[in-house]
Write a protein that binds this ligand. Structure first.
Ligand code: ZN
Length: 160
């Protein structure tokens, strides 16, 4: 309850290990994320101190950076788990799995970019047309927003 207790006993000189808070800080995630990754099997269950605190190996920082970077590249946590798994069993000519998945992710992202460009074009038109009321727009013939169809590009081509 007080500050007295923390100063006592082993202030844990866990030589090479990191406490949850230290690891979370070092990797730039919050401590709940560590538990979450642990439950999802991304982060190995850590050892415990006598007091029951989790102690992570120093290389857990690098692992967390890998997980975060992969997420940033658009991989879901399930996909990250599979990539890590493939990497662990990666020997000889076995694939680490990244090539194929990165190529698939690239195609997925290209499709999303194309879709976003369609959406962007529609929004530009809506802004240019002064659209200000979705309900009114929905019944207006000259509104560029595609209420009845998704064929925005077709409409734009017709208008151009
Ligand atoms: Zn409109």
């Amino acid at each position: 309850m007080s500050a007295e207790t923390s100063a006592s006993s082993s202030t844990s000189e866990t030589s090479a290990g990191l406490r949850s808070g230290q690891l979370a800080d070092a990797a730039g995630v919050n401590p709940q994320t560590l538990r979450y990754y642990e439950r999802r099997g991304l982060l190995p269950e850590p050892e415990r101190t006598l007091g029951g605190h989790r102690v992570y190996p120093p290389d857990a920082v690098a692992l967390l950076r890998v997980i975060k970077a992969a997420q940033r590249l658009g991989f879901s946590l399930d996909e990250v788990a599979e990539l890590l798994e493939a990497g662990r069993h990666h020997h000889g000519r076995d694939s680490g799995g990244l090539q194929a998945r990165a190529a698939a992710k690239l195609a997925e992202i290209d499709a999303r970019i194309a879709d976003l460009q369609v959406i962007r074009a529609a929004l530009v038109e809506a802004v240019d047309a002064g659209c200000d009321d979705l309900t009114a727009c929905a019944t207006s013939d000259c509104c560029p927003l595609p209420f009845t169809e998704l064929a925005i590009e077709e409409r734009r081509a017709r208008r151009a």
